[in-house]
Design a protein around this ligand. Structure first.
Ligand SMILES: [Zn+2]
Length: 106
């Protein structure tokens, strides 16, 4: 890949970048990097903003409750605990805001 990634969001556990050329979004969380088309990412971000952790999380006795998040790649899912999910969601909302601002400025 010869993408020219521009940082949109950077947190302790991840980053979201956009390529200046092809506009694709890279969502890094911990050591996983998922690529999205711009429209896919905006849909993903809107979806995350509506997810209710308490309602959909999986509870089992061995580990804290966690939530499975589907991505646009059918075989790749995130399994996030509550704290991770909040950070993940915040990152996506911040990136969406940044994309809106950049869209207005350009
Ligand atoms: Zn690119």
């Amino acid at each position: 890949m010869n993408c020219n990634a521009e940082k949109l969001v950077l947190t302790r556990n991840g980053a979201i970048t956009q390529c200046r050329g092809c506009q694709r979004i890279g969502f890094t969380y911990k050591n996983l990097l998922i690529g999205f088309d711009l429209d896919q990412f905006l849909g993903f971000s809107r979806f995350l903003s509506k997810v209710n952790f308490e309602k959909y999380c999986i509870r089992c006795s061995e580990s804290p409750p966690y939530l499975i998040i589907n991505t646009c790649h059918h075989d790749i899912q995130f399994a996030l605990n509550r704290e991770e999910f909040e950070e993940f969601k915040d990152m996506s909302q911040q990136a969406r805001l940044m994309l809106e601002v950049l869209g207005i400025l350009s």
